[in-house]
Design a protein. Structure first.
Lengths: 82, 378
């Protein structure tokens, strides 16, 4: 996992899971990524809208923004601290 | 040896002291009759009810004739919002802070469907006076509601500033004081106020609504000027008054003691990895603190702490079973899961808090490991 190319968009699919799983999946994925890369969580749990920015703040990363997928899921992007 | 239980969940449900339990028994012995009837037994019940109301009014700094016992704080919110809104003919909208109680928000949404406007605040929970003032510029505001202290964050609002804004706009201010009365001085500025006896060590099943003399209202219900249709339990009213009196007698000393214990909890929790301590550290009620923990299901953490002898509360969506996460926590940018709310009462000792703080890191680690949380550096 550590040598994953930086250019590849990392997507964590947490759709269908409830809190705190989206955050746990995000943190696990983030641990294997290089600093400065972006990671996007897909979630259907509405709490993720608040929890992903809170996670970024608490762990020193940067919350980039949210959008909605075609399927109606939340897509929340975090940039890992460099 | 079996260790005794430690109850740290007294927000809105504090244990009854011996004196309050005695008052409850006395109330049932002497105040069982219907206070609305004419016989001697009823007059005795009436006297107890009136005396209880006088005592509560005195503690609130309110006029006794404008203090009403209600069936619950919910009933008080419903009546205050409906009655005041009805008297503001031609004005429809209701302004609320983002961290008001669900009971208040539900009452507002019922009375003014699709016409409830939320005023945001800062990360510690203080409502934005600037945004409130701007929202009050509309001439369609019937009523504003801003709480005194928040039940989860403990943060105390700057009600002088809030009231200055509502008074300048000529808009009545409803203050939810259900987490502050009995813990700090009552608020000075309000047009209607709701309080909750069970929060100050009184019995469950009763609420308090106080109005200012100038506050206009109309009966938006069939019972006219009867604020508590069906009557009020005299024993519950009496025990509520006794509980408030008892709390206020010891408030300075107890407040300082509990506040120091909360400081200790805040400091220790903040040292733990992935734990965020919420609310204003200084402008707060003495007895409440909430912290949120990463990678934890709040319900599982509560159960783990309960198994170890500690009852705490939570604002987690996972616990309350609702799909929407806690409005309060979302509004202040907090993690909405893994929350622990501690609400102390006078029976909690320093040793209780130290035992809790000694168990907390281990309970947290156990729950995180069970859910497969990522390893986090400590």
């Amino acid at each position: 996992m550590n040598d994953q190319p930086e250019a590849a968009p990392t997507v964590v699919d947490a759709r269908g899971t409830a809190c705190p799983m989206p955050i746990i999946m995000l943190a696990k994925a983030a641990a294997g990524l290089s600093p400065g890369s972006d990671v996007t969580v897909l979630a259907t749990d509405v709490a993720a809208r608040y929890d992903v920015p809170a996670w970024a703040r608490m762990t020193g990363h940067e919350f980039v923004g949210e959008s909605e997928t075609d399927g109606g899921a939340l897509a929340l992007t975090v940039r890992l601290r460099s | 040896m079996q260790r005794s239980r430690v109850y740290l969940d007294s927000g809105g449900a504090a244990p009854l002291s011996d004196r309050v339990a005695d008052a409850l028994r006395a109330g049932f012995a002497d105040g069982w009759a219907d206070p609305a009837r004419l016989g001697s037994e009823s007059r005795r019940a009436r006297a107890l009810l009136d005396g209880s109301r006088d005592a509560v009014a005195d503690a609130l700094g309110a006029r006794p004739e404008l203090v009403h016992f209600t069936a619950s704080p919910h009933a008080a919110f419903n009546r205050a919002i409906a009655g005041i809104h009805a008297a503001r003919r031609g004005r429809h909208r209701i302004l609320v802070s983002a961290i008001e109680r669900d009971a208040l928000l539900n009452a507002a949404a019922f009375v003014a469907p699709h016409a409830v406007d939320t005023v945001d605040g800062d990360r510690e929970g203080h409502v934005s006076i600037e945004h409130l003032t701007a929202a009050l510029r509309s001439n369609d505001v019937a009523l504003a509601a801003v709480q005194h202290a928040n039940q989860e964050l403990g943060t105390v609002q700057r009600l002088e500033d809030v009231a200055r804004a509502t008074q300048a706009a000529g808009v009545p201010l409803l203050v939810d004081a259900t987490s502050s009365i009995g813990h700090i001085d009552p608020p000075t500025y309000w047009d209607a106020l709701v309080a909750h006896p069970a929060d100050w060590g009184g019995p469950a099943g009763i609420g308090v609504l106080a109005l200012e003399p100038h506050t206009r209202w109309l009966p938006a219900w069939p019972e006219g000027d009867d604020w508590a249709p069906g009557g009020i339990s005299v024993p519950l009213a009496l025990a509520s008054a006794v509980a408030l009196q008892e709390r206020n007698e010891h408030r300075q000393r107890e407040g300082a003691r509990l506040s120091a214990l909360v400081d200790r909890i805040r400091a220790r929790a903040a040292e733990l990895t992935g734990v965020d301590v919420l609310g204003d550290p200084d402008e707060r009620v003495p007895h409440i603190v909430t912290f949120s923990c990463l990678y934890v299901d709040g319900e599982v953490l509560l159960s783990e702490l309960d198994r170890r002898g500690f009852a705490v509360g939570s604002g987690s969506a996972c616990v309350s079973g609702t799909l929407e996460p806690s409005r309060v926590l979302a509004a202040v940018g907090a993690l909405t899961h893994g929350n622990v709310r501690v609400a102390l009462h006078p029976g909690v000792t320093e040793q209780d808090v130290d035992r809790f703080l000694a168990e907390l890191p281990d309970a947290l680690a156990a729950v995180r490991s069970r859910i497969g949380a990522p390893h986090i550096a400590s």
